[in-house]
Design a protein around this ligand. Sequence first.
Ligand SMILES: O=C(O)/C=C/C(=O)CC(=O)CC(=O)O
Ligand SMILES: [Ca+2]
Ligand SMILES: [Mg+2]
Length: 423
Amino acid sequence: MLKANDPSLHSWIQIAPDSDFPIQNLPFGIFQTPEKDPRVGVAIGNYVLDMCVLGQYNMFELIDIDPTVFHRPYLNDFIAHGRPVWRAIRNRVSELLRTNNEEISGNSELMQKCLVRMTDAEMLLPVKVGNYTDFYSSLEHATNVGQLFRDPDNPLLPNWRHMPVAYHGRASSIVVSGTPIYRPKGQTKAAEADLPAFGPSKQLDYELEVAFITGKETALGTSIAADEADEHIFGLVLLNDWSARDVQKWEYVPLGPFLSKSFATSISPWVVTLDALEPFRVKGPEQLPRPLSYLDFTGHRHYDINLEVQLQPASGNTTTLCHTNFKHLYWNMSQQLAHQTSNGVNLQVGDIYASGTISGSEPGSFGSLLELTRQGQNPVTLPDNTQRSFLQDYDTVIMRGFSEKEGIRIGFGEVRGQVLPAV
Ligand SMILES: O=C(O)/C=C/C(=O)CC(=O)CC(=O)O
Ligand SMILES: [Ca+2]
Ligand SMILES: [Mg+2]
């Protein structure tokens, strides 16, 4: 076990037992305050640790890194250093925050400069995203959508059990949690209509996903074996792939989703490292028929991460629409990265690879309204007695995630977004 994951570790900072950010987590993000320009921070309890200030006080002297990489508006330059450096930095931060370590706690000037209350910090997009892939790796989701969009008796397309199917998404519209989402406009065609029409989407939806961020550049022509994938994965965030179902249904054949999904994708601000999630590795489902050998992997490569979706209407109480788990996915991240690079495409630092919508086997575990309401046929009733087939203007969608074991909770915080009327 990595020392920084030891459940017996405690910090000199007071941390509530239900906090997403105990000393065993230490996720990285980008924040700013009225006094501080954008820079790298680490979440600890209700605080953001200013990595830039720690660099100025020579706290990373023994690590092979120029600490000015923490004074950047994105994590890219830091994560480009590769896994040995991410790990050394996380271990060092863990050491600095431990009970009995006085390098910060014994220096009131430093302590005052390097700790920012989360309520005083604005979180920004953590990475500059070059490329965004969205996989389709939940068997339950692919089955549900196949039934609704295509053939109820034969929902899974023939390639699905042979490769982690995906499409290339739009990187420019990836936004951080809290950014409002304008209802997209687009071309749709009602089943009974002869001709298509253009206007605001009437079937705006969310998709519950977890995404990984790559931290190591690769060269054109090279591929990553599934067993090497962990070396390239810096960490994970929650992701909401906002989707206009009416636009999608009309546009997607035969090239896949385009404008129905490219208008916005929201991610959570804290990148939880793969190292912090190490204790939560679990075995995935059996894959039959056996995939081709380039998708072979050893060990456990799924992760036990509890996920939930809540809907908060403009007025009225918040409702939980979904509880599910990242471990239900059919294809794991190592196979996704092996498949992505199998043709020799190069990876960039800060690329985002989303899991695809994560659904379990019961309606209460479906990761989209499309599935939950059977394309609007069975609307859900909210506590204020209004109904939803799809999202209404001013609805806020909130997704949360956490792993928990031996009293240690490794949380992701949340990704939220409010729907605003079409412009
Ligand atoms: O089955 C389809 O035609 C499309 C399904 C999706 O909307 C999926 C997509 O964005 C990938 C995913 O989230 O699983
Ligand atoms: Ca998606
Ligand atoms: Mg999207």
